[in-house]
Design a protein around this ligand. Sequence first.
Ligand code: ADP
Length: 249
Amino acid sequence: MGEKPKLIVNGVRTDGRKPGDLRSLKITAGFLHRADGSAYLEWGENKILAAVYGPRECVPRHDMNPYKACVRCRYVMAPFASLEEHGRSGPSRRSIELSKVIREVFENVVLSEQFPKTAIDVYIEVLQADGGTRCAGITAASVALANAGIPMKDLVSAVAVGKVDGELVLDCNKIEDNHGESDVPIAFAARNKDVLLFQMDGLLSKQELGKAFEMAEAASEYIHEVQVNALKEVYEKKKAEIEGENNGV
Ligand code: ADP
């Protein structure tokens, strides 16, 4: 890992941000045309594609639940996603764990009782990674699910808060993640602020944890806005296309 670099100098972080700043976030919904729903997200140096299929026939059949849809999730990182090429692109311990926690997030928001015996598949492909990819993946997948028309209690917005050089910072990048003292990814349901994912690396005091939650919650409102705008854009484009066709007749 090498020697720990100084991560905050005169209140400014390695990438020029203040402690409470997010990296720039851009989301395009409906990015892929073959999947039922999709989203492409750029969040700082993270580049992530999310695609959703379903509700569809549940294969293998032993996954099938007679009372609700089976929500499945696959998070993977491309071999070229980070600074060091990381060899094979198949599932690793890390990607299996992340797929599981992300699946649990969506099991709690998708209205799966409406689609018994079916499967809803969520694929998250990390093309470029720079820290915080689980939160970015959740944020993208939530837009992809909505884009697929899957009914949900709410959109999910996720962000991590970290502690670096003794200070709480929003949305850690990879250097901060590697050398920081703590990293706490949190996912919120947009409306009622249900916490759908909460993990913690390192240590925080009770006070710091409270502050970290506040920072993440405030940031989740902005993230939610970006998600909603991405979804609106798709419908506005469709609407304009239909109106154009009608005018052409
Ligand atoms: P998150 O991306 O949610 O912060 P981690 O804390 O596990 O998840 O990883 C932090 C960062 O470390 C990732 O975003 C990525 O840049 C890098 N990373 C993690 N696992 C690998 C891996 N197997 N190969 C290459 N880089 C990795």
